[in-house]
Design a protein around this ligand. Structure first.
Ligand code: NAD
Length: 440
């Protein structure tokens, strides 16, 4: 049997660019129509998508819906509800020297053909939420899922063309060689989510074509726990935020800074919280995920030796299982403090006071998120004013990224640019300045 040769990246981009040139993606009806089709894909085929997520990452169906499928549906609904308002041209005051009859405004133009490259840890949400922004902005899109979540990548490569306009939306699967070939092409924007080393590769490739980039990267997101807080509440929220998806979340709390006395009390509170969330044997809990592959399992196993194991510590390579683990008495220069952990290991580093905690944070790269548990407004305000991070969460980890009206993105080493809701329109459009002066 003769199979047609697979389309080359250059041909895909040329085909999408030709479709964009016809203007088919510009009408708001096309945009909302595509968003509705994407929504239908997620709701009608949710079970298949959840099964793929279970196969790749051991995610339970409930978690797959909550953190990936329903999350993206909410992003679509929010966009559909507000798109007209976001796209409305915005008048600008005109200076007197141009005369009273001159008017000025800004309007959003689609960029053209954009590339979205996604990682494996939330392989549905992190591919599709940017795609929502690109479609809403009237762009043609090439979507590149992560090869490290192969079942999800295959499912999306099959479903997206079945639901969306194949003239303007393409999925290209693959790893480094395929992505390298794609990056040689000229795009009008590249939206990359993943680690900073590849972020640099993407930005270098983009520079060749003067293509703007959004880089959604990671880093070590600190947690500050103040003395005199309700540690059972803190531990419960920390455990749920840290151990979700077995710690493989870009905004997961990476490590805890607190004073030595609070550290001791927090250890036992975390032990209770982990048992409360995942039971006495997390390996048997259907709600607890697995490490994505052996390479990451081995990397994480090597970190288990830092400090003293206060909670968990167990692992099973054949099952890619690492228990929810808390490490106490961790030295600032321990291996677990060198790089983003991206797994279910939570080190506690004791610091004498708030000044030391702020110094500790500012001595390191700017994180994607920073979390503060404090009853004191003065403490919360000092941390907000004296540190820099992509996002800041008081009292609850992870949740800021579920607020569609907040921009989600990093700063410095944790990335550049942002998205979600109207910020996705900013990212995937050009805000054009227009001045009009009547000829009369
Ligand atoms: P990954 O290995 O899946 O890589 C991400 C993407 O980059 C994939 O599509 C992959 O094919 C591509 N890629 C890998 N090597 C490449 C190369 N040499 N050239 C071109 N493309 C290449 O995922 P990852 O990087 O391990 O993801 C984890 C990292 O991502 C963590 O640092 C995490 O914090 C970060 N992250 C950030 C966010 C965010 O929203 N800011 C979300 C999730 C993950």
């Amino acid at each position: 049997m003769n199979h047609p040769a697979p389309e080359q990246p250059a041909d895909t981009v040329a085909r999408l660019r030709a479709a964009f040139r016809t203007g088919r993606t510009k009408p708001v009806e096309w945009r909302t129509g595509q968003l509705r089709r994407l929504r239908a894909m997620l709701t009608e085929r949710g079970a298949e998508i959840a099964a793929a997520l279970h196969s790749d990452l051991g995610k339970s169906a409930a978690e797959a819906h909550r953190t990936e499928i329903d999350f993206t549906v909410r992003e679509i609904d929010h966009t559909l509800a507000h798109l007209d308002e976001w796209l409305r041209p915005e008048p600008a005051p005109v200076p007197a020297h141009l005369g009273a009859d001159a008017t000025a405004w800004t309007q959003y133009d689609p960029l053209g053909v954009v590339l979205v490259i996604a990682p494996w840890n939330y392989p549905v949400q992190l591919l599709l939420a940017p795609v929502v922004g690109a479609l809403a902005s009237g762009d043609a899109v090439v979507a590149k899922p992560s090869e490290l979540a192969p079942a999800t990548s295959a499912a999306l490569a099959e479903l997206i063309p079945a639901y969306l306009d194949t003239e303007a939306v393409a999925v290209i699967e693959g790893g480094v060689p395929e992505t390298t070939a794609l990056l040689a092409e000229r795009f009008d924007h590249i939206f990359y989510t993943g680690n900073g080393a590849v972020g640099r590769v993407v930005m270098r490739a983009a520079a060749e074509h003067l293509t703007p980039v959004t880089l959604e990267l990671g880093g070590k997101s600190p947690v500050f726990v103040d003395r005199d807080t309700d540690l059972d509440v803190v531990a419960d929220r920390l455990a749920r935020g840290k151990f979700l998806n077995a710690g493989q979340t870009c905004v997961a709390p990476d490590y805890v800074l607190t004073d030595p006395e609070t550290a001791a009390a927090l250890e036992s509170a975390l032990a209770r919280a982990v048992e409360g969330v995942y039971g006495a044997d997390p390996a048997a809990s259907p709600e607890y995920g697995r490490i994505v592959n052996e390479r990451h399992f081995d990397r994480l196993s090597a970190l288990l030796g830092s400090g003293r194991t206060a909670v968990g510590g167990g692992s099973d390579r054949t099952d890619k299982y690492i228990a929810p683990t808390v490490l106490a008495d961790v030295a600032p220069d321990a291996p677990v403090m060198a790089e983003e952990i991206f797994g279910p290991i939570l080190p506690i580093v004791a610091v004498p006071d708030l000044d030391a905690a702020i110094g500790f944070i500012n001595d390191r790269e700017k994180p994607l998120a920073l979390y503060v548990f404090s009853e004191s407004a003065a403490v919360r305000e000092r941390i907000a004013a004296e540190t820099s991070s992509g996002g800041l969460g008081h009292g609850l980890p992870l949740a800021h990224l579920t607020v569609s009206d907040l921009p989600f993105g990093g700063v410095g080493e944790s990335g550049m640019g942002s998205y979600h809701g109207r910020y996705s329109i900013e990212t995937f459009s050009h805000r054009k300045a227009v001045l009009a002066k009547p000829l009369g």
